[in-house]
Write a protein that binds this ligand. Structure first.
Ligand code: IFM
Length: 725
């Protein structure tokens, strides 16, 4: 049973569970807010691609849509709230096997009457527009008079910003409530339709279209109210029919799809710590519900569809951290995520021109329009009243090569020649053109000046090693795919021959950039202990941090992860140790990548510790860390840590390679891995590796450095192998 469980009600954790218990399907995300109101509780319903730019703002925001999850329950004249009366039993869980959120409470009112209240909710995986809810109330001590008020509440805002104009409200056939809305600036239309299965009295007031159902219920009888809602927007091509089916029927159709998902995309782990399996299930569930399935106009925001953090914007998180989960399970979805970038080649080219470059310069933060959405300024410093400029839009350029890397990763895994002909080769060409115009002749070579690498605590630096190597790879791959373009070929070869690629110094260290190794070092223990909080910025100004050897997140280590064969193992080890000591892991994109590279160097205990710490980013006990949404890239990276870390899969060569190195705590791990159209079941135990597929074709692969052929099943006895590095 895959379950996220909340054992007791605590106001402090309301919004964290609200994010964790989001239900959705990649089109819709509905936060796990409780049905009744509490101060500070953030409700949220989001549709992928529905953004609006509030007046006076530079950036679009993922719109918080009218709510259908709120139920005001009045029992014998008292409004139900867990802040009043007494809660005798409480249980809430999100059943990830079925996508259903359930809450069961035995409650005693202030008047001393007892009730059993059960709430159920899910977003359909079978019909993407449907949200279904069910309320069951049983009076346990006396007959009861129950009133339930619910409907469509358009008082929702994005932290106070109203994004929607109400354009129509109607009741059809004395049962169906329909609200129509339009985003104020982007002019997207949203229709929300809902109905309950009992007759009630309708009201429309203050942007709320409601029905109130009232009934007398005898003691121990169950009052049941079902509410089915449908959401559609002007992005939908076909009209969504209002379903006639009941809650149970809709649930069963959705459940079938979830069963199928888990059968193919789940990872099974046997560990001495059950938390590992739970964290992996949590990651897979959320990756699945945050990613659009059939619309390449939309991608994945940094918080998926679980909250409004980062305004729902799309970063490099998608291509580097999230896409692989789909590429090696549901490659069609990975392709769609790349098509989103291809769709916005035009805007990327416009951004390049605007900044004085050629080719395609993708926005650091993207939304629906494909234009740059990075806010111009960071949060205000309330002591000085000033705001620091956000430099990422103008100099965090590695994203361009990250997208190109993802294109090559997709091609390597699928061999999809059609995609390369339609989009991939051009995407590589235009991104390469960007790098060729971005480099500057200096010191008798080409250098890339004034950038921000993945480590965002180090700004305005020259020759960030990660960026330079990625740019080199981008141009090299563009050359391979555009051999017939003569003018490009000549320039690309010159670029490749002249681009400065930093190498190890006398001490065996690869500099993160031109000046990093000359900067002072401070003891970071205090900040590492509070990682993820950016506490360093309370003691040091951004400028001061910039002048110290301090990393927010994996930088050079990202390169070791993406190119596992590029550097000799002893160089990786030395640099990993050096840079880890200087990394606070204040970004959620850091820990799991460090876990992978630690495992590559044979440091399995440290790798496992980092893996577990990465899992705690959204699942730890700190109450507010995920209030405004889950860390989507971190969830993707948890999956990466298992597949490319512990299972030791390496896709960077001609042949698929596998060299597992499991943590001591793990007895077993198994998952499906799709490679070149074949689904391989990877099954690893401490003493045995088994690969199987259900076709008879021969697949050549490399296992612990030895070439092997897989037809249907291949079993390797690991007891006879020395798997230590
Ligand atoms: O893309 C990341 C970046 O690397 C670190 N800051 C947060 C962004 C969104 O997750």
């Amino acid at each position: 049973m895959r379950k996220i469980i909340e054992k007791e009600f605590a106001l402090n954790y309301l919004n964290k569970y609200g994010s964790q218990m989001t239900v959705g399907n990649g089109y819709l995300g509905v936060r796990g807010a409780l049905e009744e109101e509490y101060p500070e509780q953030v409700r949220g319903m989001y549709v992928a691609g529905i953004y609006n730019r509030p007046s006076g703002s530079m950036s679009s925001e993922l719109v918080n849509l009218p709510d259908v999850t709120r139920f005001q329950v009045t029992l014998d004249g008292e409004v139900f709230s867990m802040q009043a009366g007494k809660v005798h039993t409480y249980e809430r869980f999100l059943d990830m096997d079925t996508g259903e959120l359930v809450r069961k409470i035995t409650w005693e009112s202030s008047a001393g009457k007892k009730y059993q209240l059960n709430f159920h909710r899910f977003v359909s995986k079978a019909v993407k527009h449907i949200i279904a809810a069910k309320v069951e109330i049983t009076p346990l001590s006396d007959d009861m008079k129950v009133k339930v008020k619910t409907g469509i509440d358009a008082q929702q805002t994005n932290f106070g910003t109203q994004q929607l104009a109400e354009s129509g409200l109607r009741i059809f056939d004395e049962e169906l409530m329909v609200g129509e809305y339009e985003t104020i600036e982007s002019k997207q239309r949203i229709t929300v339709a809902t109905k309950v299965n009992e007759k009630g009295i309708f009201t429309a007031k203050n942007r709320q279209l409601m029905t109130e159902v009232e009934q007398e219920v005898a003691v121990n009888e169950v009052f049941v109210l079902e509410k089915i809602s449908v959401v559609k927007t002007s992005l939908d091509e076909v009209d969504a029919e209002f379903p006639k089916a009941s809650y149970a029927e809709l649930k069963s159709a959705s459940e079938t799809m979830w069963t199928d998902f888990w059968e193919h995309a789940g990872v099974r782990v046997e560990s001495t710590d059950d938390f590992d399996q739970f964290a992996l299930d949590f990651a897979c569930y959320h990756l699945e519900i945050m990613t659009p399935k059939d619309d390449f106009r939309c991608s994945v925001g940094a918080k998926g569809l679980t909250g409004e953090g980062y305004k729902g914007h799309v970063f490099w998180d998608t291509e580097i951290f999230i896409m692989p989960f789909f590429l090696y399970n549901q490659p069609g979805i990975a392709k769609q995520l790349l098509q989103y970038r291809y769709l916005h080649l035009k805007e990327a080219k416009e951004k390049a021109v605007k900044n004085g470059y050629n080719g395609a310069l993708y926005p650091w933060e993207s939304a629906f329009s494909g234009e740059e959405e990075t806010p111009e300024f960071a949060a205000i410093n309330i002591r000085t009243g000033t705001r620091q400029k956000v430099a990422s839009a103008i100099s965090e350029h590695h994203l361009v090569a990250d997208i190109a890397y993802a294109v090559c990763e997709y091609e390597a895994a699928t061999g999809d020649a059609q995609f390369m002909a339609d989009c991939g080769a051009e995407l590589l060409l235009e991104t390469a053109e960007f790098w060729m115009s971005r480099a500057t002749k200096r010191n008798g070579r080409l250098e890339i000046l004034d950038v921000i690498g993945p480590d965002e605590y180090t700004e305005h630096i020259d020759n960030n090693t990660y960026t330079n190597y990625m740019a080199h790879y981008n141009v090299k791959k563009a050359l391979e795919w555009n051999k017939d373009n003569e003018s490009f070929t000549v320039r690309a070869e010159k670029f490749l021959n002249n681009l400065y690629l930093p190498v190890t110094n006398e001490a065996g260290l690869i500099p993160q950039d031109d000046t990093f190794l000359q900067k002072d070092w401070i003891n970071l223990d205090k900040y590492k202990a509070a990682q993820g909080t950016q506490g360093i910025l309370l003691d040091y100004s951004r400028q001061e941090v910039n002048e110290l050897q301090i990393l927010k997140q994996a930088d050079l280590v990202m390169l070791f992860y993406l190119f596992p064969k590029m550097f000799a193992p002893e160089i990786v080890k030395k640099n990993l140790d050096y840079y880890e000591k200087r990394t606070i892991h204040d970004s959620s994109l850091s820990k799991a990548i460090h876990a992978i590279v630690e495992n590559q160097t044979g440091n399995r205990a440290q790798a496992y510790q980092f893996f577990q710490e990465a899992c705690l980013i959204d699942l730890g006990s700190e109450p507010h860390s995920s209030d405004d949404g889950l860390h989507a890239a971190s969830l993707g990276a948890i999956w990466l840590a298992v597949v490319f870390g512990f299972a030791g899969i390496d896709t960077s060569g001609e042949l698929l390679e596998i060299a597992p190195n499991l943590p001591d705590a793990w007895q077993f791990v198994a998952f499906e891995f799709v490679w070149k159209g074949e689904t391989i079941l990877v099954d690893i135990a401490a003493n045995r590796l088994q690969l199987s597929k259900n076709t008879k074709s021969v697949l050549e692969l490399v296992i612990y450095g030895e070439k092997q052929q897989l037809t249907d099943t291949l079993t390797i006895n690991l007891e006879q192998k020395d798997v230590s590095l």
